[in-house]
Every structure is written in C-alpha cells, then in structure tokens.
Design a binder for this molecule. Structure first.
Ligand SMILES: Nc1ncnc2c1ncn2[C@@H]1O[C@H](COP(=O)(O)OP(=O)(O)OP(=O)(O)O)[C@@H](O)[C@H]1O
Ligand SMILES: [Mg+2]
Length: 245
C-alpha cells in the first residue's frame, strides 16, 4: 500500500509513548502514524541512553522488512513510509504476547536455560512472553495464554506458523547480506474484523544480527553490554539491507 495518492494522513493526538516509538492517531480513522525515536532502553528500562540515528535506521529497516514480507504474502500493519523516522500503519489491538523466534542460542537461552552461546538450534525455538514490563515480560506456555484469554488455540497455532514463515523469509534475506538472524521478537495485533496481522517493528532493536564471517554483533546487544560502535552497527544494517530497496 502507498499513501502517495493524496491520502497522506496528518498526525493527530499522541496515543502512546513507548520506550522506542510514539504512536499517533491521524485524520484518517484507519491509520496511525508510528514515529521511531533515538531513545534506547534495556533490561526492563533500567538502562537508558540514546543511539544517534537509531529512529531513522529502525524506521527504514522495518519498512524494508515489512515490504519484503508483504511481497511473500505475510499480512502486516505497514502502509507507507512518511519520513525517515515515521511510517503510516493500520491500527490494531496488540495481542499482549511477544513472539520470539530463535535460530541460534543467545540471551536468556544462555543465561537461564543452559544453552551454549552460538549453538545452532534444531528445531528452531518459538517462545511466548507476556507483554507486561511491570511483570518483567515472563515466559508463558500455551495454557497460560488460553487461561489469560490472550489468544485461543487456533490463533496460537497460526501465530506459530506465521512466525516460522517470517523466520524463513528473513533468515534467507539476512544470509544473502552476510548476516545470521540469531533471534527476533514479533508483535501481532487484531484488526476490527478480527484478522490477525504482524505489527510493531523489525529492526536491530528487536533482532539479534551477527555478521556471518566475523561473528560481530550488529544489533542492540552493543548498547546492552557496552560493546562500543553502537551507531556504526545500526548504520551497517541500514547499508546492507538497502539490497532490497
Ligand atoms: N499497528 C499498531 N496498532 C496499535 N498499536 C501498535 C501497532 N504497532 C505497534 N503498536 C504498539 O505501539 C507501541 C510502540 O511503542 P514502543 O515499541 O516504544 O513500546 P514499548 O515501550 O516497546 O512497549 P509498551 O507498549 O510497553 O510501551 C507498542 O506498545 C506496540 O505494541
Ligand atoms: Mg516496543
């Protein structure tokens, strides 16, 4: 979809200010605008900082990923990119379940589940986390999700299928630009007619991206663990993902 035919939505009331983005209503009842910020947080918001240029990188990288996914038949909330850090999106009711897909062991798999960092995972692991910072986004199983009324078993099965399809598309693309897609987090939401589509963002904030040759980390872990060259890593991902422009 494109807003180029004179229907470019105009920013209205601020609906939600999150840690990485602001979401605005617009003059069009079926459009929101999501604005990407340079603010960075980690560890439940306890570590705070700024990554120069991040908002712009994340908006452009997300745009490229959503367009790639749409071209392969995945329904997303993406409508159009409006400026270097703003995109128009379809409003959804976010499902309070963060869907994490893991191809290679890193992060919490290493810290609390006994995996050695860098181990290739077979099968690919799909995990559900409750989207609730005040509870520190706890891991959920299917029964928790049903009992909390967050999604039914049919929806959950489809979420897993969609997440694995998205993983296949993104992993192949990142491999083609010399990057291992280690893991990533997705958010889905319900449209007014009940259809579930992919929402939020796909960016170096929400993916672990390792250079295939050097193993160099090109994602938010550089900020989380003070690895240095944070801005450079984001710019490198912007540069390499231009391959699908
Ligand atoms: N299409 C959409 N419609 C409605 N809300 C959306 C859509 N896409 C993303 N969102 C929500 O907009 C917000 C984006 O802001 P951001 O990512 O900064 O939030 P966050 O700090 O990660 O989480 P929180 O929701 O806890 O504030 C998130 O709450 C996200 O779930
Ligand atoms: Mg977020």
């Amino acid at each position: 979809m494109s807003e180029s035919n004179g229907t470019r939505p105009i920013k209205g009331e601020l609906l939600h200010e999150g840690k990485a983005k602001r979401v605005f209503k617009t003059d069009h009842s079926d459009r929101y605008i999501q604005e990407f910020k340079n603010d960075a947080t980690a560890f439940d918001g306890t570590k705070k900082g700024t990554i120069e240029g991040k908002g712009s990188v994340n908006c452009q990288v997300s745009t490229r990923m959503f367009r790639l996914l749409e071209s392969k038949g995945v329904k997303t909330h993406f409508v159009d990119i409006l400026s270097d850090n703003e995109m128009s999106i379809l409003p959804v009711k976010i499902i309070k379940v963060e869907v994490v897909v893991r191809n290679i062991a890193a992060g919490s798999l290493v810290k609390v589940r006994g995996f050695k960092e860098g181990t290739k995972l077979d099968p690919t692991i799909v995990e559900w986390y409750l989207k609730d910072d005040s509870l520190h986004d706890p891991l959920l199983n299917d029964d928790h999700i049903h009992a909390l009324g967050l999604a039914n078993s049919h929806e959950l099965a489809n979420l897993k299928k969609d997440a694995l399809k998205i993983n296949g598309i993104l992993s192949e693309f990142f491999a083609s630009i010399g990057i291992n897609l280690v893991d990533f987090k997705l958010e889905f939401g319900r449209r007014p007619d009940g259809k579930i589509i992919l929402a939020d963002e796909i960016s170096p904030d929400t993916c672990r991206l390792w250079d295939r040759e050097t193993g160099n980390k090109l994602d938010k872990d550089r900020f989380r663990f003070d690895l240095g060259n944070v801005e450079d890593a984001y710019q490198e991902i912007l540069k390499r993902t231009s391959a699908i422009r």
